[in-house]
Design a protein. Structure first.
Length: 210
């Protein structure tokens, strides 16, 4: 897979990458390696009971959390909170899920639910989460997808003789659409061809015993 070159009219280089998809001005930016694919392993293959937004949300949460005692089966810790959330707003989902919850046997857990809009999520943070096997749910075109992999590369800003810090540029998001189990399930968000403004945000959910 060829490396990604992104050119901007300005010669100024953004030293700190703020956008999740890695907007970079060309200037003297150097590609340090070719595209690298990173996949999250062990995610269950789940399909939503119906294509309704509420069922897609529950299935997406089931997929990324990977513990039915936590979410989102009967008597799970997050069942009621997840069902009470607006399935068309990951921000509302994060508000409903974040905090202390009880498992079916009464044991408490601490849930950390983090929502980021596409224009504030740092790509380095996303890369760290994916490496630690904690994929997000992505809302794109008002549909929810599980991010099961990314394609990225490292780029170095500054003059070649005085290089600056390296930044991560996310080239592609490898997605699952929980509404389907056939070839429509695999979806790719490509930074070269898809519109970032149609990405509403990302949700990361983790839990631990309290």
């Amino acid at each position: 897979m060829a490396g990604l070159h992104v050119f901007c009219p300005s010669a100024r280089i953004f030293a700190n990458l703020l956008l999740v998809l890695g907007f970079l001005c060309a200037g003297h930016a150097q590609i340090l390696n070719q595209d690298t694919e990173l996949d999250v392993h062990g995610l269950p293959f789940l399909m939503a009971r119906t294509p309704q937004a509420s069922d897609v949300l529950l299935t997406s949460l089931d997929t990324v959390i990977r513990d039915r005692g936590v979410c989102c089966g009967p008597d799970s810790a997050l069942e009621d909170s997840a069902k009470a959330a607006d399935p068309k707003s990951l921000k509302d989902v994060s508000t409903k899920l974040d905090g202390r919850h009880l498992l079916g046997d009464g044991r408490p857990i601490k849930v950390t639910a983090e929502y980021f809009s596409a224009d504030v999520l740092n790509s380095g943070y996303l890369l760290d989460k994916m490496k630690s096997q904690h994929p997000p749910i992505m809302e794109w075109n008002s549909h929810l997808y599980v991010v099961h992999g990314i394609v990225y590369l490292w780029m170095e800003s500054g003059d070649p003789e005085t290089p600056g810090p390296a930044s991560v540029a996310i080239h592609k998001f490898l997605l699952w659409d929980p509404r389907y189990s056939d070839e429509r399930r695999e979806v790719v968000f490509n930074r070269d061809t898809d519109d970032l403004s149609k990405v509403q945000g990302f949700l990361f959910v983790q839990f631990k015993p309290q």
